[in-house]
Design a protein around this ligand. Structure first.
Ligand code: IMP
Ligand code: MG
Length: 176
């Protein structure tokens, strides 16, 4: 499969991805059943994850989104830009972040910092994919879907220069 100038091959099927999402949603339903958490999706990458997640989450909740970006092409720039700020009132809330992927952890750190000085009740992160070999932070991610090697992937919301987000399966880079 080719996107722009790069070749990719199938790595994780939609079926495997969606059963991981169902599992995360069940774990969070169990842990937050009575709490009415505020879910905060991180756009653009989380659009497929969050859509599928709420097919399986049961319990009262609220849903909001922020937009952040740190990647250009194949590599993290190290600078995480907050493109769309989060303005919902969060006092006393139980916040659960929905991320497409945790890579270096810089985006996640930015979110942790954003909520650190707010008067919230609790804060956790749920990520669909994570790359343990790339992760450089101490913060522990509570809910994790599928572990990946430290390689570039696209599909199911993840992009290569904005291409490939619509793909139903996850693909891994085969050439540089
Ligand atoms: P981090 O800040 O380095 O953890 O990177 C997190 C963000 O970079 C994610 O939310 C993605 O948008 C993007 N990202 C990280 N790894 C990949 C990848 O393999 N493919 C596409 N986007 C990625
Ligand atoms: Mg992202």
């Amino acid at each position: 499969m080719r996107l722009l100038d790069k070749d990719f091959e199938l790595f994780v099927t939609q079926q495997e991805i969606e059963s991981a999402i169902a599992r995360i949603a069940q774990e969070i339903s169990r842990d937050y059943g009575e709490k009415c958490p505020l879910f905060v999706g991180v756009l653009n990458g989380c659009f497929r994850f969050s859509g599928e997640f709420f097919k399986h989450y049961n319990g009262a909740c609220e849903v909001s989104f922020v937009k952040m970006a740190s990647y250009q092409g194949l590599t993290s720039t190290g600078i995480v830009e907050t493109l769309l700020d989060f303005s919902a009132p969060v006092d006393g809330r139980d916040i659960v972040i929905l991320e497409d992927i945790v890579d270096s952890g810089r985006t996640l750190q930015q979110l942790v910092n954003h909520f650190a000085d707010k008067n919230i009740n609790s804060f956790e992160i749920a990520t669909l994919f994570y790359k343990p070999a790339a992760y450089t932070k101490e913060y522990e991610v509570a809910y994790k879907g599928i572990e990946l090697p430290n390689e570039f992937v696209v599909g199911y919301g993840l992009d290569y220069n904005e291409r490939g987000r619509e793909l139903n399966d996850l693909y891994i880079l085969t050439s540089r």
